[in-house]
Design a protein around this ligand. Structure first.
Ligand SMILES: Cc1cc2nc3c(=O)[nH]c(=O)nc-3n(C[C@H](O)[C@H](O)[C@H](O)COP(=O)(O)OP(=O)(O)OC[C@H]3O[C@@H](n4cnc5c(N)ncnc54)[C@H](O)[C@@H]3O)c2cc1C
Length: 245
């Protein structure tokens, strides 16, 4: 609501996703309960995951806004049953909401205007596995420090916040940066190390799955923007601040 009142046109200009999770008591579940499981599967949805929590299994789905969560969820539940032997009781709880996945991917954050500072997911912060909590905490802390700093130095708070928040922008957008993904490891989940542990045949199968999965994001036109922002970061060491609102 705050973002919309500061930038009324913003919400129409970005793609929206729905993300929902259902909680189900476990009858049988061979998935390792120590792990967060994610499926790169174009027919299941844009973001499909499952993990155990407090004796229940969470089955989560993310898809473009307008889709039906029950349809997506059922599809994943059937898939888990057929492919992994997962048997679950009907959901006894659910939660979910609309999500703005794109801004951190393409460095299009919204930090506010005048004395209004926007933080967390409303500002567009989202880590690569759609974890928004750590960046929400960091950017909230940075906003608080910026207010104090702006008062002490008698500077406009937007200017101070935008300067201080660069560290969080770099940390977050680096996780989507193609060169960082290939040449360094911008996230603690070391996908490349896990891939290397597999035999050649399985590595090829995973990469083939990835290649089939990524095109479902094609309609959002993020590829070229990721590339140009990644190049900019490689050459200048920074992401472009001109792209922020
Ligand atoms: C199903 C699901 C699973 C997720 N799993 C994970 C996970 O495992 N790990 C992870 O890191 N992230 C996860 N996320 C993402 C994470 O929850 C969010 O990115 C994070 O909570 C964002 O924090 P925030 O403080 O920016 O915003 P929010 O948590 O959305 O908080 C904003 C608050 O502002 C309130 N509010 C809005 N408008 C007003 C107003 N006008 N006046 C007063 N209050 C207002 C809202 O009610 C809300 O309480 C998940 C998200 C979903 C939907």
């Amino acid at each position: 609501m705050v973002r919309r009142s500061v930038y009324p046109e913003y919400d129409e200009g970005i793609p929206w996703f729905m993300v929902g999770q259902k909680f189900q008591r476990i009858i049988e579940c061979p998935l390792d309960e120590e792990y967060f499981h994610f499926w790169f599967h174009p027919e299941l949805g844009h973001y499909t995951w499952s993990h155990a929590r407090d004796g229940r299994q969470i089955v989560g789905v993310g898809f473009p806004a307008g889709g039906d969560i029950d349809v997506y969820h059922k599809r994943v539940e059937t898939y888990l049953h057929e492919k992994h032997g997962v048997r679950l009781e009907p959901p006894d709880d659910r939660e979910g909401c609309a999500h703005n996945f794109g801004p951190s991917v393409i460095n299009r954050y919204v930090f506010g205007k005048g004395n209004v500072l926007i933080t967390g997911q409303a500002a567009g912060f989202f880590n690569v596995l759609a974890e928004g909590m750590s960046c929400a905490l960091h950017s909230g802390a940075i906003a608080g420090e910026s207010v104090i700093d702006a008062i002490h130095r008698n500077r406009p708070v937007q200017e101070v916040y935008r300067r201080h928040t660069v560290s969080e922008v770099n940390r977050c957008t680096d996780q989507w940066n193609i060169f960082k993904i290939i040449f360094v490891n911008p996230h603690e989940a070391d996908f490349k190390a896990a891939l290397r542990k597999l035999g050649i045949g399985k590595q090829a199968a995973v990469l083939k799955d990835l290649a089939k999965f990524l095109p479902i994001y094609g309609r959002f036109n993020w590829g070229r923007q990721i590339l140009s922002q990644s190049l900019r970061r490689a050459i200048t060491g920074k992401y472009s601040k001109d792209r922020w609102l």
